[in-house]
Design a binder for this molecule. Structure first.
Ligand code: NAD
Ligand code: UD1
Length: 339
């Protein structure tokens, strides 16, 4: 069994490759390094003792996809490759619809031509509607407010239609909540380019001295301390969820949508305090206006993942902050730091 991991050099992809290699599952990464560093491959090799095969290229390149399927013995695909910045998607919708949707349709078409009809897809909790109440279960109301989230919603629809048309397909759609943390070795982690959009990388960069202070986007939400509540999940737990989905795929009826989260919400101020404790560094902050499009709270009902995959998270918020800090303090400038 060889697994094609698109976007395998990225944040979640690299941690999933480590989990696969740990279980002796052979894989090949397809990535164009749009948002990743080739150094990830060395780091994966250091952690696992195995160097993953790599194909550098774009998921929209049909000829390349056909070659990858022809030259390798691929049995399933884990599809991470795509663009993920909400703000950028509002400014550049065609780029997002192009990479995420056109890229996925081309990948699915190449898989179909090659007779490889098993896929795990990275969806997002951002497909849940503002009208739905927490905890979100897989049948909660969906609806989106930005092009990024619409791409995830539309790809879920494409996969559903594909499975309806041809039931040879085995499809698992994983809706991630907020992945944070890093591999405990501190060798791989999240390395955003420019100013981080997401909370944890921003907090980590303040703690390491790269940024002066955190802006907290709103403290007047209807939550216990007024700041936004999210379901943070350690990226290694998330990665393990993919391996379980891969292992259970054969037994599942055909297409399943599954939340991957802890089921527990934490506020921005709880995260700041946990990070200060884990790092021993102060994280100064100031209250800013709410960020457009943010929900007051977003956390999942994790029951389906437990029932179908036997998946339960193992890492606490403290563990997530400790591992984020370990990565950030060892690699203050991410992968580009002199080795
Ligand atoms: P990431 O940006 O670190 O990883 C994506 C990878 O895809 C990168 O290595 C990038 O170089 C590659 N890539 C981008 N465009 C490509 C293309 N056209 N061809 C080939 N490779 C390409 O992001 P991540 O955080 O690891 O997220 C992985 C997936 O999970 C994405 O689809 C993302 O939308 C989804 N997701 C992420 C989060 C999150 O908070 N990180 C939450 C929900 C869903
Ligand atoms: C964001 C994306 C979402 C994506 C998810 C995971 C938006 C609007 N949503 O969600 O589509 O799936 O990331 O990648 O971008 N916060 C601050 N200060 C900061 C950054 C964040 O206070 O500098 C707050 C936010 O208001 C929120 C919480 O921290 O309450 C988490 O924010 P973030 O990490 O960006 O994740 P999401 O908003 O859940």
């Amino acid at each position: 069994m060889q697994i094609l991991v698109t976007g395998g050099a990225g944040f979640i992809g690299s941690h999933t490759c480590v989990e696969l290699l740990k279980r002796n599952i052979d894989l090949i990464i397809l990535d164009n390094f749009y948002n990743a560093s080739p150094k990830v491959l060395d780091r994966i090799e250091t952690i696992t003792g195995k160097r993953p095969a790599l194909c550098v290229g774009d998921i929209r390149d049909e000829a390349l996809l056909d070659t990858v399927f022809a030259e390798n013995d691929i049995s399933a695909v884990i599809h991470f490759a795509g663009l993920k910045a909400v703000g950028e998607s509002v400014e550049k919708p065609l780029l997002y619809y192009g990479v995420n949707i056109e890229g996925t349709v081309k990948l699915l078409s190449a898989m179909d031509r090659a007779g490889v009809r098993k896929i795990i897809f990275s969806s997002s909790a951002s497909v849940y509607s503002d009208e739905a109440a927490c905890p979100f279960s897989e049948d909660s109301l969906t609806g989106c407010t930005n092009p990024y989230s619409w791409t995830k919603w539309m790809i879920e629809q494409i996969l559903t239609d594909l499975h309806r048309a041809d039931d040879r397909w085995k499809i698992v759609i994983l809706r991630y909540f907020n992945p944070i943390g890093a591999h405990p070795s501190g060798l791989i982690g999240e390395d955003p380019k420019g100013i981080p959009n997401n909370l944890l990388p921003y907090v980590a960069q303040v703690a390491v001295g790269r940024r002066e202070k955190l802006g907290v986007f709103g403290n007047d939400y209807p939550t216990p301390d007024g700041t936004g509540v999210r379901d943070y999940i350690h990226v290694c737990d998330l990665a393990r969820g993919h391996v379980l989905a891969l292992e259970k795929m054969e037994e599942l009826p055909g297409l399943e949508i599954i939340n991957l989260g802890t089921g527990k919400g934490s506020s921005v101020l709880e995260v700041v305090s946990a990070f200060e404790k884990a790092s021993g560094k102060p994280v100064p902050y100031e209250i800013k206006p709410r960020r457009a499009g943010d929900k007051p709270e977003c956390y999942c009902d994790p029951e389906k993942a437990k029932r179908l995959l036997g998946f339960e998270t193992e890492y606490s918020l403290e563990d997530m902050c400790r591992d984020s800090w370990n990565w950030q303090s060892k690699n203050p400038f991410g992968y580009e730091q002199p080795e």
